[in-house]
Design a protein around this ligand. Structure first.
Ligand SMILES: [Zn+2]
Ligand SMILES: [Zn+2]
Ligand SMILES: [Zn+2]
Length: 840
């Protein structure tokens, strides 16, 4: 409930001057309401009315992310410009205000409030109602109201704005070369906020008392830095320090420290750089030896590193950029954008071996900008492109603390560039890719988290703990789901600790005490085990993995679940429902689903996964198993067969014979692995989805695909045997691998369209939802779009807010498990389903 009218809390903190808001360029009156000496408006009429003007008063409530983004000063300036009286303040749901003045001016205020809101404001709703005219003498900003049970939206970290950048590079500005310049339109938020309401003492900037010049800006409602909590300048802000690893006090002073980094990069060294949401490990991306050294020390064999450049022009010289890539790169979120690498771009092949793309981002803070520009008077220039990969040991969370970084990154980095502003919340860089001109998240983190997703269904207080890989969680209540930043693969104690800390901090910040905890069904997932121990009395709800994928897509598209969708979920592995013959590893699923449950309307045919992890690491081993299971010859001339030794072949043969250690799987991700190995593209992987990524890269070089076609049975089972048989024949006949790779992508898209049409015809459901990590494949997504468009009147849903991979899982889990109104199970059964209905 909002407080209506003027309450005791509405004590002005920015009083009006003699009945009018201060004019531009004029200082606000002292806080005790004394008349300002420079009050240019002194002596003017005390109300903006004339004898012939009818005054109206309107109460306006705005919800959304409107705090910490300059919304109140914006309303203050707008009211001043339109000559309106009243007040504006923050409360637990957003901003409230009352405006009074001539009716046309009040109407203009309402219209412009939404249209001209500050760039970082994310308005969800604006509600307005008539109020009683009170004859206020001016417009004031009143103090925040901390409302019980209400919650504000914590803004994400945002790239340094153009105005701040201009100051950093203006020798006449007092923030010249200040790495930490920011304003209400930009700068860190999520990573520095310790508690709400969002005020400087509740951030890690509390350790830096503002100098008088900064304080004047902070208190001036006409200033770009009015109430910008993290502001600072070279006088009062954080300071840089450069130190060689294990090498004493090091170098302080912005220019000296940055020059030292440039020298280290120039001599091929790896420098750990403390940024916004954690440390990066950096080196000159054009030097093979430096990049190779970083790979060796990190134990990261082939997984691509991201690179950072100063500006778009530099990016254009490295990768192919269309308009959508340019928009994404230069957006205020500044994610890493996956883009096609240009030949001879000069970036070391070791940055992303065997990968046609580069993950590239623009410098997103003053510090990063300064690092990529020459230091005045210094001879050694910075490289034009640096590797900027998360500062962690493999499989551990990103480092944020200086002591922690020194301990954990000491043998990875030759030197450290630190600063003395604490990072309260770790937040990795986000990753996006452009599919058919539209931005799709691959990792939703810095710049996006912790903005909530508006939910189409009301949820009781719910915590969804996600899956295992690319872990995120979702804390939800009412109509909002707050999705955490990327936490990493929950495979070790360090990452689990980071997960638990983050859950605690979200619960405290949003004051949500979950009554339901949603988990995956997989008994081995650490997220599920954690929930079973730490549920604190909340009900545990298990949600099937692929059902959660479909629900995440429904939720982000605002579907209320009244109508089901045809969910086609292709991923690596997910724990199947324990119905029928027992648990299996699913991953090529066709589900007719709503939030209440799903019917398994089809799936990729089950194939044997021998030896679990070993088969996942070695696609060639899996290729032997698939060939054998499909009754195809293990021909020595096939690259996949050549890649295996006699022992491995005997082991696989024996496993298939006895069934010992063999798990049936319907995983589409594994089928991509097998095809990559059959074509000689990749026989052994060192990171998740490597084989599929490289297969996509090879396919993209072909002009035309080889004709291949999956079988599709009447019970919805998609049979890959005809595809594997045709591939084996074509390989032995010497067909071009790129054409075969493209043909395989074509065939998968064709199977998607055929099975979707079949299920649509049987059920009358016409919405097709594509989810699961396999759909990170941009080529496949494009082909599926085209194939579904040709399949008749089907509406297609794809991910735009959360990733199709397991990073998006938690949102779907929350939507399924947390709804306040759930239908009775078994109320609906779709006619074509091959399996039993399953009700979460
Ligand atoms: Zn700014
Ligand atoms: Zn200052
Ligand atoms: Zn999955």
């Amino acid at each position: 409930m909002r407080t209506q009218g003027v309450a005791p809390w509405s004590r002005p903190i920015i009083p009006a001057v003699d009945g009018r808001p201060p004019a531009p360029g004029q200082h606000a009156a002292p806080a005790d309401g004394r008349r300002s000496a420079s009050g240019a408006n002194a002596g003017e009429p005390s109300a903006p009315s004339t004898l012939t003007t009818v005054l109206v008063r309107r109460r306006i409530d705005v919800t959304g992310s409107v705090q910490g983004v300059g919304f109140r000063p914006f309303a203050f300036r707008l009211a001043g410009e339109l000559g309106l009286a009243g007040f504006v303040g923050n409360d637990g749901s957003g901003a409230f205000m009352e405006v009074e003045g001539p009716a046309p001016a009040v109407a203009r205020f309402e219209a412009r409030l939404r249209r001209e809101a500050p760039p970082l404001a994310r308005i969800e709703t604006v509600s307005a109602a008539d109020a009683t005219v009170r004859g206020d003498g001016g417009f004031v900003i009143v103090e925040s109201v901390a409302g019980a049970g209400q919650r504000t939206l914590v803004p994400p970290d945002t790239a340094t704005c153009d105005a701040c950048l201009a100051e950093i590079f203006d020798p006449g500005d007092r923030r010249h070369r200040h790495p930490f310049a920011n304003c209400t339109d930009c700068g860190p938020r999520f990573t520095i906020i310790r508690d709400l309401p969002y005020d400087r003492p509740a951030t890690t900037m509390a350790a830096f008392p503002m100098c008088s010049a900064c304080a004047a800006e902070y208190h001036d409602p006409r200033d770009r830095r009015h109430h910008a909590q993290p502001i600072s300048c070279p006088e009062c802000g954080p300071q840089l320090r450069f130190a060689a690893t294990g090498g004493g006090a090091g170098v302080t002073g912005t220019d000296a420290a940055i020059a030292a980094v440039h020298a280290a990069w120039a001599s091929g060294q790896v420098v750990a750089v403390k940024g916004i949401g954690g440390y990066h490990l950096t080196c000159d991306a054009t030097r093979d030896r430096a990049v190779t050294a970083l790979r060796e020390r990190k134990g990261r064999v082939e997984k691509p590193f991201a690179v950072m450049v100063r500006d778009l022009d530099t990016a254009r010289a490295l990768v192919t950029l269309g308009p959508a890539e340019i928009d994404a790169l230069s957006s205020r979120e500044r994610p890493i954008v996956l883009a096609r690498r240009l030949p001879d771009c000069g970036v070391s092949a070791q940055v992303a071996p065997c990968n046609p793309d580069l993950g590239i981002m623009l410098a997103y803070s003053g510090l990063h900008q300064l690092l990529l520009c020459p230091v005045p008077g210094c001879e050694i220039p910075p490289p034009r492109v640096i590797v900027a990969t998360s500062g962690n040991r493999s499989n551990e969370p990103i480092c944020t603390g200086d002591d922690e970084a020194a301990a954990r990154l000491g043998d990875l980095a030759d030197a450290f560039l630190m600063h003395d502003r604490e990072i309260h919340v770790a937040c990795d860089d986000s990753v996006v890719r452009i599919v058919g001109g539209v931005e799709q998240p691959v990792r939703r983190s810095r710049g996006y988290a912790p903005l909530p997703v508006a939910l189409p269904v009301a949820l009781q207080p719910t915590l969804a703990v996600g899956g295992e890989l690319k872990s995120t969680f979702c804390l939800a209540s009412g109509g909002h789901g707050w999705i955490s930043q990327h936490i990493g693969d929950l495979e070790n104690v360090e990452t689990l600790d980071a997960f638990a800390r983050s859950v605690a901090s979200f619960q405290a910040m949003y004051r949500i005490d979950p009554s339901v905890i949603a988990t995956d069904m997989h008994p081995g997932y650490l997220s599920r085990r954690w929930a079973l121990v730490h549920h604190g009395g909340a009900r545990i709800a298990e949600v099937q993995h692929h059902h959660a994928h479909v629900a995440s897509l429904m939720a982000e598209h605002g579907l209320d679940g009244a109508d089901p969708v045809i969910g086609i979920v292709f991923d690596g592995t997910g724990y199947g429902s324990a119905l029928g013959s027992g648990p299996a590893i699913w991953g090529g699923e066709v589900l007719v689903a709503d939030y209440d449950g799903y019917d398994r309307a089809g799936h990729l045919a089950e194939l044997p996964l021998p030896g679990g992890d070993a088969a996942v690491r070695r696609p060639c081993r899996l290729a032997l198993a698939y060939l054998g299971a499909c009754g195809l010859a293990i021909d020595d001339r096939l690259p996949a067969v050549q890649a295996t030794g006699d022992t491995e072949r005997r082991v696989v043969a024996r496993q298939l014979e006895t069934g010992i250690g063999v798990v049936p799987t319907t995983s589409m991700g594994r089928l991509f692995d097998v095809v990559a190995s059959l074509l000689g593209v990749r026989h052994e992987v060192s990171y998740e989805a490597q084989a599929a990524i490289e297969l996509e890269g090879v396919a993209a070089t072909a002009g035309r695909g080889w004709p291949l076609r999956f079988g599709l049975r009447g019970d919805g089972v998609i049979d890959p045997a005809p595809v594997l048989a045709a591939l084996a024949d074509a390989i032995l006949a010497g067909a071009d691998a790129a054409r075969l790779a493209l043909g395989f992508h074509d065939a998968v898209a064709d199977a998607v369209a055929r099975v979707a049409s079949m299920v649509a015809a049987a059920t009358g459901v016409r919405t097709v939802a594509l989810s699961g990590g396999v759909f990170q494949n941009a080529l496949l997504s494009r082909l599926c779009r085209a194939a579904l468009a040709g399949a008749g009147e089907l509406e297609l849903l794809e991910h735009r807010i959360v990733p199709p991979n397991d990073g998006g899982l938690a949102l779907g889990q929350a939507a399924i498990a947390g709804r306040t109104r759930q239908r009775q199970p078994q109320t609906r059964r779709w006619p074509c389903a091959s399996g039993s209905p399953a009700r979460s």
